[in-house]
Design a protein around this ligand. Structure first.
Ligand code: HSE
Length: 292
């Protein structure tokens, strides 16, 4: 019997939806079970020296948090989700660990229960919920209970610019203010609400305007991500819908029509932004397990 778990990358916040909105996108973490009934956990991967191969690996650690006496496995992990870049790599690992424990611990947890457990571990649902459910998810963690709704995101190309440096979420959260003025909070809330309505109705132009009107995190984080406002400006020049900071950054996401992508990349490269451009789509289904 072979078991494979596949979890998509995610792009959280989407402008004004700090800690609440997230989108599953088409880059993936894959965990393949190579051997069962072994004496100790082993995670085979080539994701870099910083990622442990033993029980300290986040996938295994999460699985053992759910089922502490889980029988060790040898697993192979492959991933094209860049680490610490704002595309939910650690959330994907958490989700994979929960699904591994769910399967081998015979827990039969539903998707709702997986979202609940994953949010308890991650602290906020905006990456883990779309990683599990797919598509666009609006969620909140209210008095210990996860509440969410999966909504169909309009068809649009998502062009990620993935810079060649890491930005730890902790550092990126560290620049956020402790308090917000009441009037600003009311505005920020209204912008987020209106954005969700425009996503539901599929009005991409308005959606783009609202995505770029965040008051909660982007105004504080842009100094950590110098290319962000430059890409937003260039996006306007070529007629993109919006550019927002993906999760805690430093990746930015530009929503754009297919026929404008080449021009956007050209002008961005001419202005000195020569790291990775990755064309993504919305992953509609979320994490899955294949048992053969
Ligand atoms: N909402 C989170 C943040 C996503 O922006 O800090 C990254 O964990």
């Amino acid at each position: 019997m072979s078991v494979k778990i596949i979890v998509p990358a995610t792009s959280a916040n989407i402008g004004p939806g700090f800690d609440s909105l997230g989108l599953a996108v088409t880059s993936y973490l894959t965990v393949t079970v190579v051997e069962e009934n072994v004496d100790a956990w082993y995670v085979d991967h080539n994701l870099g020296e910083k990622i442990p191969h033993d029980e300290e690996n986040l996938i295994v650690k999460t699985a053992l948090e759910l089922v502490p006496d889980l029988q060790p496995l040898t697993v192979k992990v492959e991933s094209d989700i860049p680490l610490t870049r704002g595309l939910g790599s650690s959330s994907s690992a958490i989700v994979a660990g929960l699904m591994l424990a769910n399967h081998f611990g015979n827990l039969n947890l539903s998707k709702q229960e997986l979202v609940q457990r994953a949010t308890e571990i991650e602290g906020h649902p905006d990456n883990v919920a779309p990683a599990i459910l797919g598509d666009f998810v609006v969620a909140t963690y209210l008095d210990g209970e996860i509440m969410y709704e999966k909504i169909s995101f309009p068809d649009v190309s998502l062009l990620a610019y993935i810079p060649d440096y890491w930005l730890a979420t902790k550092k990126s959260r560290g620049v956020l203010p402790a308090n917000l003025d009441f009037k600003d909070a009311v505005r920020a809330n209204a912008i987020g609400n209106a954005l969700v309505a425009k996503i539901v109705s599929g009005n991409k132009k308005d959606m783009g305007k609202l995505m770029e009107a965040d008051l909660l995190h982007e105004p504080y984080r842009d100094k950590l991500v110098p290319h962000f406002l430059k890409l937003r400006y260039l996006g306007h020049e070529v007629g993109a819908f919006a550019t927002y900071l993906s999760g805690a950054g430093p990746t930015t996401m530009t929503l754009i029509e297919k026929d404008k992508i080449d021009e956007f990349i050209k002008v961005a490269q001419e202005s000195g932004l020569n790291d990775e451009y990755r064309l993504l789509e919305v992953d509609r289904n979320g994490a899955r397990i294949e048992v053969e």
